[in-house]
Design a protein around this ligand. Sequence first.
Ligand SMILES: Cc1ncc(COP(=O)(O)O)c(C=O)c1O
Length: 399
Amino acid sequence: MTNTVMPTYGRLDVAFVSGKGVWLTDTQGNQYLDALSGIAVCNLGHSHPAITKAICEQAGTLMHTSNIYQIPLQTQLADKLTELSAMEQVFFCNSGAEANEAAIKIARKYGHSKGIDKPVIIVMDGSFHGRTLATLTATGNPKVHAGFEPLVPGFVRVPYNDLDALRMAVSHWPEAVAIMLEPVQAEGGIKIPDQDYLAGVRSLCTQRKLLMMLDEVQTGIARTGEWFCVQHNEGVLPDVMTLAKALGNGMPIGACLVSGAAVGVLEAGNHGSTFGGNPLACKVALTVLETIETDNILQNVKTLNAQMVRGFEQALAGQDGVKQIRAAGFIFGIELKIPCTELVQQALNKGLLINVTADKVIRLLPPLVINADEAKQIVKTVSDLVIDFLASQTIENVA
Ligand SMILES: Cc1ncc(COP(=O)(O)O)c(C=O)c1O
């Protein structure tokens, strides 16, 4: 059989035909507990009735006009997002990479407005910002760069969670205009910075008139138990914040939010997107935000985060091969001392969808609507798999 799809992904040998809540069904009728949410997208689970209704009604009313006309649903969504985030304005697009492209363009134009001809954006080791040329350049992973050189100029990189390194870079680069980072590095291995890190980045940006640009593509929309991960840090407001993934629960939509010095940088004709912010995507995103409120999702994340972390700590206590258990709301990382990518297939065989990132970190991103029993089931299945996996390894490997 000829393969007409470009092989840009290493795919598991399973195809899902339907989903309901946190469960997916494959072509053979087997059921799987989804502990990945399509990589932090389906935060409200699959086929949520409110989302399905919004899609059907809006598709039957009006899907697309153009950004050359007024789009009231876009305005409503921008109003809601700015109310929830305390940001001021929103540009809509269709994905995380596009939202970050908008952020990068804002940083450059902000630099030019200050007379800096070759603006520099400071980015982080271990980061992930997307696969377009500028966002893959911003991404701190050599595997993502390989084969696509020459990369885009105007980026310098520092270690994550290191305020001294950041201060040095800012002093070394007078052309620096922005610092771009994730509040938790998810693709990079569930790296959670120190409690004072984001506040430190904020005050450095304020002192040096740099834009603080937060990529909340994976952490945003209630994933960490607040609407946006930055809200765990009282008083910290970025100048630019990017969203996508769970904003549409599967309907493609991205957003780049601005406040303070970043407001007004982009003017008519500077940026655009044919599909960005169309009535269908905006209606769905509005329904996602309403549902998170009405279904008390933030509380569910907080309660079950604590239960799951406790469950993992108890079940994996004394396992020498486990390096660390980390969690930010419903982003769970279990770091082993050895590579463990085969656990993805082993979990699939047991009817559970998980992921391994940075080779050694089991990553769980369950839908935010799971209940206590489903949370327990995830903890038990993953812990049993880890224990069996470590027991099957030689002592030297694990030590
Ligand atoms: C933090 C972060 N930024 C950006 C992206 C890119 O988003 P997209 O795949 O929608 O372009 C991702 C995707 O995983 C991400 O996790």
